[in-house]
Design a protein around this ligand. Structure first.
Ligand code: K7E
Ligand code: CUA
Length: 643
C-alpha cells in the first residue's frame, strides 16, 4: 500500500549542484525590461490569484476573488461586497484551485481568466483588461466545486463538477442513506461570447461519485468533457480506505453537444435551486447580486448517449486531453502507471456497444475497448499532465516528487527531474490548450522544507521553473508564491499587455453617487444616513473638513478619483472605520461606510503615496453627540464653509 506523503528529503547540496552555470542568465530580466509570460497561479486557501512574470518569478499583482482584501478594499467597499453574496449570505473566503484562461479555437486569447471556489461552490471570471473580478456565480446542487472550470475550446462552457455528492435537492436525510439519496451534479455554465456573462445552462445528475478533475475535448473530441471520479464504492466514511477498494474508478465522458439537443427537445427538468449570480459593472463601478431560483437538469437514464463511464485504474486524480484531442490522459494517484484513453476508440466502443453494465443507466465502456496506451511505471503518485505542443507530455508525481517527461503515442519516458518537494500541479504556458507555447514548465510544490529561510512553523509555498527547450528539463529558479498554488496558467505577455486598461474615463462613470467635478462635491443628510459626495485629486479631498456628523449616523463616503492618468490611484481611510481602506483607480467611484461610535474629531487621509504632497492629502470629520444641534457643513478649500 502506498503512503501518500512527501519524501521530503533535505538535500540542498545536490540541487544547487544540479544548476548549470548559465541558469541565472536564463531567468534574469534586466531592470526596466518585461517578462515574456504572465503566470496566473491559484492561491488555494487564500482564495486569490497571484500574477507573476516568467521567467523572473516576480510577483506583479494579487487579484482578490473569493477572499476579502483590505489592501484593495475588495469585499469591504459597498461596490464589491455583492460579489461575495451567496445563498448562505456574505462569504468573505473560499478555496480557489484551478485558473483557466479563456480560449478561442483552442488557443488562449487573454480576455478572461476563470477560477473555481471549492468550499461554497462558486465560479469566478476575472477581466484581464482590468485584472479585477468581474463576476461570481454560485453553483447549486454541488458540494466542493473541484473539477472546474476546465473550459471548452471556444469558451462555450466552463464546467463545474461536484467533489462531494449531496442530496439533490438538498434535504435533511441520514448520512448513511448516501448510496440512495446522494447524487453528483456536473454543471455546464454557458459563457456569453462578448460580455463573458455566465449562466448555468444545464446540470447532469450523476450517481453519488466524487468528481475530482476535468478536461474538455479539443479538435476531434470538441463537444465532450471528461471528469475523473473516485469513490465508485460510494462510501461516506473513512474514504482513505473505503474508497480505495475497487481496482478501477471512472472517468465520466459527457457529450455536451448531445446535451444541447436534449435541452432543445425539452428533455430537461426544472429543479428548484437557490444560488446567487453576482456581476460587476465597469460603468457603474459596482456589482449587483441576483437570486436565482431554478436549474435545468438532465437525467442520464432518460438521455441515451449523454454520458459514458470509462474505467480508469486506481482512484484517478488529474485528467488531461492532449493538444491533438485524441488522448485522455488519466493519473491514478495510487497507480504506478499513467493510463491514456483513446477518443477514437471510445467512439468505436460506443458504436459497438462494448459495454460492461451500467450505473444508474450510465453505460460503462469496456476498459480494453477504450484504452489508448499506458506509460509503464514512470514514477509514484501521478497527479497532473501538461503538454508542450511537440508531442511531449509532462506529468507531476507527488509521491516520488518529480516531473516525468514522456512521449504521447509511444508512451516512453524521456526524462525526469526532481522537484523540491512534493509537486501537485504543473504548468506549461498554454499546456492545456491546442497550442501550447512551451519553453517552460513550472512545478507547483506542496512542501518547501529547507528551500527557504524559515519563517516560523509555516514556510512559504513555492514554485520551480524549468526550461523545456532542450531534450532534458533544466531547473532554473525557485520562487515563493502566495497561498497554496494548485493549478496555474501561463500566457505570452503580448496577448494581454496591449489591452491592459490604464484608467477609467470619468466621462463614462455612471456610478449613482459619482462626483464628476470638485464643484459637485457636497454632503447630504437623509435621516441618519449621511452621503458624502467627495472627490480626490493630487493632493487634496473635496470636501476635506466636514462637521455635523452624529453618533448613530451611517456615513457613506462616496469618493471619486478625478485623475485621468495611468498609475495614480488614491487611497481613503478614516479613523475608527470597522472595514478597510478604499483604493480608488483614476475615474472610479468607491464607497466606504463609517458608523462613528464616539464624539470627537477624526482624521481622514490618503493611504497611497501619490505626490510630493501626499502627506498633505488629509481632512477631518467632526462627530457630535446623538441629538446635538451641530449644523452639517463642509469646506471646499475655502475659509467659508458650505452649509
Ligand atoms: Cu491536484 Cu485541487 Cu487540482 Cu491541488 S488539486 S494538486
Ligand atoms: Cu492621494 Cu496620497
Amino acid at each position: 500500500m502506498l503512503v501518500l506523503s512527501s519524501c521530503g528529503k533535505a538535500n540542498q547540496g545536490t540541487t544547487t549542484g544540479a544548476l548549470s552555470g548559465n541558469a541565472a542568465s536564463k531567468v534574469y530580466v534586466a531592470p526596466g525590461q518585461y517578462d515574456e509570460f504572465y503566470a496566473f497561479m491559484s492561491g488555494g486557501f487564500s482564495g486569490q490569484i497571484g500574477v507573476y512574470g516568467l521567467p523572473s518569478g516576480r510577483l506583479l499583482k494579487v487579484i482578490p476573488i473569493f477572499s476579502v482584501d483590505g489592501e484593495k478594499g475588495y469585499g469591504f467597499n459597498e461596490e464589491t461586497k455583492p460579489l461575495l453574496n451567496t445563498s448562505h449570505g456574505f462569504i468573505p473566503w473560499d478555496d480557489a484551485h484551478h485558473p483557466a484562461l479563456s480560449q478561442t479555437n483552442g488557443e488562449t486569447d487573454g480576455r478572461w481568466i476563470f477560477i473555481n471556489g471549492n468550499n461554497t461552490p462558486r465560479l469566478a471570471r476575472i477581466d484581464l483588461s482590468t485584472f479585477e473580478t468581474a463576476e461570481i456565480l454560485e453553483i447549486p446542487n454541488s458540494g466542493g466545486n473541484h473539477s472546474s472550470p476546465y473550459l471548452t475550446q471556444n469558451t462555450e462552457y466552463v464546467v463545474a463538477g461536484t467533489r462531494f455528492s449531496v442530496p439533490i435537492p438538498q434535504k435533511d436525510v441520514a448520512i448513511s442513506s448516501y448510496a440512495e439519496n446522494f447524487k453528483g451534479a456536473l454543471s455546464f455554465v454557458k459563457v456569453e461570447p462578448t460580455t463573458g456573462h455566465m449562466n448555468i445552462e444545464f446540470q447532469v445528475l450523476m450517481p453519488g461519485l466524487n468528481f475530482d478533475l476535468a478536461s474538455s475535448g479539443k479538435g476531434p473530441s470538441h463537444g465532450w468533457t471528461f471528469f475523473t471520479s473516485y469513490n465508485s464504492e460510494m462510501k461516506n466514511s473513512l474514504l482513505e480506505v473505503n474508497a480505495s477498494q475497487n481496482d478501477k474508478d471512472f472517468v465520466a465522458a459527457v457529450n455536451w453537444k448531445k446535451a444541447e439537443e436534449y435541452l432543445k427537445a425539452g428533455k430537461a427538468k426544472d429543479f428548484p435551486a437557490n444560488y446567487m449570480h453576482n456581476v460587476y459593472n465597469d460603468e457603474t463601478h459596482s456589482a449587483t447580486s441576483t437570486a436565482m431560483k431554478s436549474v435545468k437538469v438532465l437525467i442520464p437514464s432518460e438521455c441515451p448517449g449523454l454520458v459514458y463511464l470509462l474505467p480508469t485504474p486506481k482512484s484517478p486524480h488529474g485528467v488531461d486531453v492532449d493538444p491533438t484531442g485524441e488522448y485522455i490522459v488519466c493519473s491514478g494517484k495510487l497507480s504506478a502507471d499513467i493510463t491514456a484513453h483513446s477518443f477514437p476508440k471510445m467512439l468505436k466502443a460506443i458504436e459497438d456497444k462494448a459495454f460492461d453494465g451500467d450505473i444508474s443507466g450510465v453505460p460503462i465502456i469496456k476498459f480494453e475497448s477504450v484504452l489508448g496506451g499506458t506509460v509503464k511505471e514512470p514514477g509514484l503518485g501521478p497527479l497532473h499532465t501538461e503538454f508542450d505542443g511537440k508531442g511531449n507530455a509532462y506529468t507531476s508525481f507527488f509521491i516520488s516528487s518529480e516531473i516525468v517527461k514522456w512521449k504521447v503515442g509511444t508512451w516512453e519516458v524521456i526524462d525526469r527531474q526532481p522537484t523540491y518537494y512534493s509537486i501537485g500541479h504543473l504548468m506549461v504556458p498554454g499546456g492545456n490548450s491546442m497550442k501550447p507555447e512551451g519553453k517552460y514548465v513550472v512545478a507547483l510544490n506542496k512542501i518547501t522544507k529547507d528551500r527557504y529561510l524559515p519563517t516560523g512553523p509555516e514556510l512559504t509555498q513555492s514554485a520551480q521553473l524549468y526550461s523545456i527547450d532542450g531534450d532534458k528539463m533544466e531547473l532554473l529558479l525557485d520562487f515563493p508564491t502566495i497561498g497554496e498554488p494548485h493549478y496555474a496558467q501561463g500566457i505570452s505577455a503580448e496577448k494581454i499587455k496591449p489591452k491592459s486598461k490604464q484608467f477609467f474615463k470619468l466621462s463614462e462613470n455612471k456610478h449613482p453617487y459619482v462626483t464628476p467635478t470638485e464643484k459637485d462635491a457636497k454632503v447630504v443628510r437623509e435621516g441618519n444616513n449621511v452621503h458624502v459626495y467627495m472627490t480626490m485629486i493630487r493632493s487634496h479631498f473635496m470636501p476635506d473638513n466636514i462637521e455635523g456628523f452624529k453618533v448613530g449616523d451611517k456615513v457613506y463616503f462616496h469618493v471619486t478619483n478625478l485623475e485621468q492618468d495611468f498609475d495614480v490611484p488614491h487611497g481613503f481611510a478614516v479613523m475608527g472605520a470597522t472595514n478597510a481602506e478604499l483604493l480608488i483607480m483614476p475615474g472610479q467611484t468607491e464607497t466606504l461606510v463609517w458608523e462613528p461610535k464616539k464624539e470627537g474629531v477624526f482624521p481622514l487621509y490618503c493611504t497611497d503615496f501619490c505626490s510630493a504632497l501626499h502627506q498633505e492629502m488629509q481632512g477631518y470629520a467632526r462627530v457630535s453627540p446623538a441629538g446635538s444641534a451641530t449644523a452639517l457643513r463642509w469646506w471646499l478649500g475655502d475659509e467659508k464653509p458650505v452649509q
